[in-house]
Design a binder for this molecule. Structure first.
Ligand code: KIV
Ligand code: ZN
Length: 514
């Protein structure tokens, strides 16, 4: 019997720390439900002390999720731990994850504390967390640059205090696989009470080694890996869940453990995260990239046709690629639509929400004959923007773009229940439209990113536009999808502006919040 490898997903916490990847409470609940369906063991839902919005999101996830453990992050401070404990109250199974930095540079420069003080705070934090749950995880932040002797001392002390999971983070992505693996092996061997806790790793991808480091740790005794869907996360991101899970599953000849994940849900989760955050997946990304199972070369195609195993080490359907098929069309009924949406992980909260979604689906089906899962996922994102978050709504847009003429746009918006019309010219139809919108909403935000992706193939495909706005350090991503990319762009801009303006969209700590 092989050991179980625990999968701890931190997309909703560390993943959300990617600039612009902040998510609303409802988006977090949708993602958490998708992770639960995939049978992720632990879902880190957020950092409750960071902001009221984060607290609410963790609370909502704790209420919604039944079959995975829901975890909240807390610094080694009483007030953080109390907030985490309160946010997790409704969870069927909860965990508090507390951390404090242990590297010389962090202790001296950031904390300005002596190592003994750090140990004392860590032990106090674990004991405090135990007042709320018996499932307590401790992380020595920047362990990748901490001294092994000190790690042994602090980890032994927190196990004695009652921590049941010890997570070793490579916070700055500095480690290399053979050395990181050896550190994990040494810690397990040297810490006298190490058998009373599960060792976990949390690797960042600054050198592109997050997955390799995580797997080296697993080979040396780690039995929990912290990771994110699509490798989202602070700076270059975290270890990608799909890569860790599929490496272990595919190479069972090498790994002494396996996960209990339903890997066929991977693609659904990947698309959902990409749509919600506006972070596209690069085509050559392992497992979830559009080209991950595509064979271009004639020799490869010939080989695969004769025997799949000649060039494929995994089956596309095992990670959910089979779901990438045409599912619905113009004549599909409400029931078929609802069933497919449910399969994609979307649960309608009311009849009105289903009606609105079905109406939008029919509108899309009139413009586009074949409706793919990706189209439905983009549609879900639009429908799930609740009315209260839609402070600004697009009513009408007309553009005039002719060769040799300056493009112009005229836009009508409903802002706080009042209709207003503005117009502008620009260097192109998109530029003119966004300027016309800006003339009405006056955000004065900086446009940091504008990108267009076609959701499926063909010229009738929907274009999915991502817009990133930065207003005084507050970064938001807006998304819009439409078969007309000028309209998709306008929708994306309005979506971003709504995020900037809506008072209930406070979320993850952004630059300097904590
Ligand atoms: O990277 C890191 O060190 C973290 C900790 C909070 C575990 O995210
Ligand atoms: Zn991290």
């Amino acid at each position: 019997m092989k050991d179980k490898l625990i999968i701890f997903d931190t997309t909703l916490r560390d993943g959300e720390q990617s600039p612009g990847a902040s998510m609303t409470r409802d988006e977090k609940v949708r993602i958490a439900k998708a992770l639960e369906r995939m049978k992720v063991d632990v879902i880190e839902a957020g950092f409750p002390a960071a902001s009221p919005g984060d607290f609410e999101a963790v609370e909502a996830v704790a209420k919604a999720v039944k079959n995975s453990t829901v975890c909240g992050l807390a610094r080694a401070l009483e007030k953080d731990i109390d907030k985490a404990g309160m946010a997790l109250k409704a969870a069927e199974s909860s965990r508090i994850h507390t951390f404090i930095a242990t590297s010389p540079i962090h202790m001296q420069m950031k904390l300005q504390m002596q190592p003994e003080q750090v140990i004392e705070l860590a032990v106090k934090a674990v004991k405090r967390a135990l007042q709320y749950t018996d499932n307590v995880e401790f992380s020595p932040e920047d362990a990748g640059r901490s001294e092994e002797d000190f790690l042994c001392r602090i980890l032994e002390a927190v196990i004695d205090a009652g921590a049941t999971t010890l997570n070793i983070p490579d916070t700055v992505g500095y480690s290399v696989p053979h050395q990181f693996g050896a550190t994990i092996g040494n810690l397990i061997q040297r810490i006298p009470n190490s058998d009373k806790a599960i060792f976990s790793v949390h690797c960042h991808n600054d050198l592109g080694l997050a997955v390799a480091n995580s797997l080296a740790a697993v080979m040396n005794g780690a039995r929990q890996v912290e990771c994110t869907i699509n490798g989202l996360g602070e700076r270059a991101g975290n270890a990608a869940l799909e890569e860790v899970v599929m490496a272990v599953r595919t190479r069972q000849d090498v790994f002494p453990c396996d996960t209990t994940l339903d890997t066929t849900e991977i693609m659904t989760c990947s698309r959902l995260i990409s749509t919600i955050t506006g972070f596209p997946v690069q085509p050559n990304k392992a497992i979830v990239g559009a080209n991950a199972f595509a064979h271009e070369s004639g020799i490869h195609q010939d080989g695969v046709l004769k025997s799949r195993e000649t060039y494929e080490i995994m089956r596309a359907e095992d990670v959910g690629w089979a779901a990438n098929r045409m599912v619905l069309g113009k004549h599909s009924g409400r029931n078929a639509f609802k069933t497919r949406m449910t399969e994609l992980g979307f649960e309608f909260t009311s009849e009105a929400e289903l009606n609105e979604a079905f109406f939008r689906f029919k509108q899309l089906a009139d413009k586009k004959h074949e409706i793919f899962d990706e189209d439905l996922q983009a549609l879900i994102s639009e429908v799930s923007v609740s009315a209260e978050d839609e402070y600004i709504k697009l009513i009408a847009l007309s553009v005039c773009s002719e060769t040799g003429e300056v493009p112009t746009a005229r836009v009508t918006l409903r802002i706080d229940n009042q209709e207003m019309t503005g117009s502008s010219n620009g260097s192109g139809a998109v530029d003119a439209s966004l300027k016309a919108i800006e003339s009405l909403v006056n955000t004065h935000a900086i446009l940091e990113l504008y990108s267009v992706n076609n959701i499926t193939n063909g010229t009738d495909s929907q274009g999915e536009v991502t817009i990133r706005l930065d207003k005084a350090g507050r970064i938001v991503n807006g998304l819009g999808a439409d078969t007309d990319i000028v309209i998709a762009s306008a929708k994306a801009y309005i979506n971003a502006v709504n995020k900037l303006q809506a008072p209930n969209q406070r979320r993850h700590p952004q630059k300097g919040d904590v």
